[in-house]
Design a protein around this ligand. Sequence first.
Ligand code: 2HA
Ligand code: ZN
Length: 268
Amino acid sequence: MNEYPQFMTDMINTVSLMYDHGWDERNGGNVSLLLHEDEVSPYFDTKKVIREIPIGFAAPALAGEYFLVTGTGKYFKNVKYDPARNMGLFRLSASGDTAELIWGYSDGGRFTSELPAHLMSHTVRRAIDPANRVVMHCHPVNLLAMSFIHPLDEKEFSHTLWQMCTECMVVFPDGVNVLPWMLCGTNEIGEATAEKMKTARLVVWAQHGIYGVGKDLDEAFGLIETAEKAAEIYMKIEGKPWLQTITDDDLRVIAKAFGVKIREGFLD
Ligand code: 2HA
Ligand code: ZN
């Protein structure tokens, strides 16, 4: 892998790990990593555009930025064997509505069908935190299962996850937002996801999966990993009598000790 920049190796390792976690059956899941010109140009000829691919919407706030994005219909399990076929690196045009392909999608393919949710979420999260670089989507079993049997109310959903293990409050004090079942791959679900990204870094798509964001691949992965672990515990204990739990007072103690701010109004 020496011919690849570190970000390429990190991306390959991350999507491989996501597959190994069982989060990305078949062509499930998609990841986008925002890169700047000076990170890309030492490795790729950024003057040579292989193809221009219209994206079907405009993300003007991201014009000129580069994105490494998994391909539509491609399997995460295969990325490490043929990165250039299963991923692509493109620059968003000055108008923000066209992907200028620099590398990848080598079989004539294109970016994930969930590009609207990715780029719209990048736009929202970067306005909140300029360091944000990653949008990650996958289908973790327990979060999905939980979306069938737990109320989708965001406050309740967040509270249940926080109660499942001490780490949750530390890792996602902003809680999780939840979208009801919607058709995926559309601008509409992209807009709805981005709207939810204004108040949390995790957005559950009921009966489908989850979106997580972060400043790097590890952070986005760790966020989803922690929420999924909590959901797994919930699915193991659901329906059984609880003899004890992490109380709301305990949750406040955790937040104070770790210096994190609990989402306003989520713990009364
Ligand atoms: O890319 O996960 O949401 C396949 C999906 C669609
Ligand atoms: Zn999906």
